[in-house]
Design a protein around this ligand. Structure first.
Ligand code: COA
Length: 167
């Protein structure tokens, strides 16, 4: 098992970000709200812009200069909701799974959240994605509801398990 380095991405890393983001959309059609077809049309400025937003922390794991995993932490900008943040877009390339990389990315994102005064993290995950749900539970997230039929791919409907962790 090779060691991974974790860092927050900025707009200098936009090509790495674009590469792994398009891969996750292509490989997991039912797991994410966006689609490869939509995002593959975005221009370079758009990808750089996404990495320039102050309240959005896009975090990557690297092994020997290659990006192998990603997670996104979105801080809330509204003053009455600043204590709650959202975790999005967790993805580890298939050949690097089951080595604890996703857990380490969650920990890194949680630390940034704590530094910013966040008291609760929320996320949603397709309710049939037992791998991800077990990982989130092990990390301390609990299910608080189901959002029915939120994602529709090729005429199949997928419901979301809503999960939350008090920090
Ligand atoms: C879900 C996903 C992110 C998990 O990534 P991962 O890096 O394999 O996750 P981890 O290695 O941290 O944990 C996975 C399992 O490996 C085990 N594991 C962790 N470190 C380990 C190690 N050093 N040796 C052996 N097993 C280990 C953990 O026990 C964990 O088991 P659990 O799920 O029963 O808790 C990954 O499968 C993925 O990218 N899936 C496709 C995209 C997706 O579904 N994303 C979630 C969208 S909400």
């Amino acid at each position: 098992m090779k060691n991974h380095d974790i860092k927050k991405l900025d707009n200098n890393n936009y090509l790495d970000y674009k590469k792994i983001r398009l891969e996750l959309l292509l490989d997991n059609k039912e797991s994410f709200g966006s689609s490869y077809e939509e995002e593959s049309l975005f221009n370079d400025e758009f990808w750089m812009d996404r990495l320039s937003k102050k309240n959005v922390h896009t975090i990557g794991a690297y092994i020997e200069e290659e990006i192998v995993a990603i997670i996104v932490l979105v801080l809330n900008v509204r003053s009455k909701m600043k204590h709650v943040a959202t975790i999005n877009s967790l993805y580890v390339k298939p050949s690097y799974r089951n080595q604890g990389i996703a857990y380490d990315l969650l920990k890194y994102a949680e630390n940034i959240a704590k530094i910013n005064g966040v008291e609760r993290l929320n996320l949603s995950v397709v309710d049939s994605n037992t791998n991800a749900i077990e990982l989130y539970q092990r990390f301390g997230f609990v299910n608080y509801g189901i959002e029915p039929d939120t994602i529709k791919v090729d005429n199949n409907y997928y419901s979301l398990s809503l999960m939350s962790k008090k920090l």
